[in-house]
Design a protein around this ligand. Structure first.
Ligand SMILES: [Zn+2]
Length: 91
């Protein structure tokens, strides 16, 4: 993935279509997991990681090892994160 593109994306101040908050964290999960967890009406929209986690909790589908990338795309700085440790919770 091109890091600079992810950083540019946030200049438009994208908002989560579920909670309405500005979403500065860009992340990716496999398509099949996205379709299984996110309700159909939101699948083609921005869904922040917090709301994605809520949907995962509601569906009971674990995504502990599915996070493929995570970026913070701020207005003054951008960061790419790597998972150091993943812990399954709530099961
Ligand atoms: Zn949200």
């Amino acid at each position: 993935m091109d890091y600079s593109i992810d950083c540019e994306m946030n200049r438009s101040q994208q908002k989560c279509k579920v909670c309405g908050r500005v979403d500065k964290f860009n992340y990716n999960v496999p398509d099949e997991m996205w379709r299984a967890i996110v309700p159909h009406s939101f699948q083609n929209n921005v869904v922040c990681l917090s709301c994605f986690d809520d949907f995962a909790s509601e569906t009971g589908i674990g995504y502990t090892y599915a996070l493929q990338s995570l970026f913070f795309a701020g207005r003054k700085a951008c960061f790419e994160f790597r998972v150091k440790q993943a812990i399954r919770v709530g099961e």
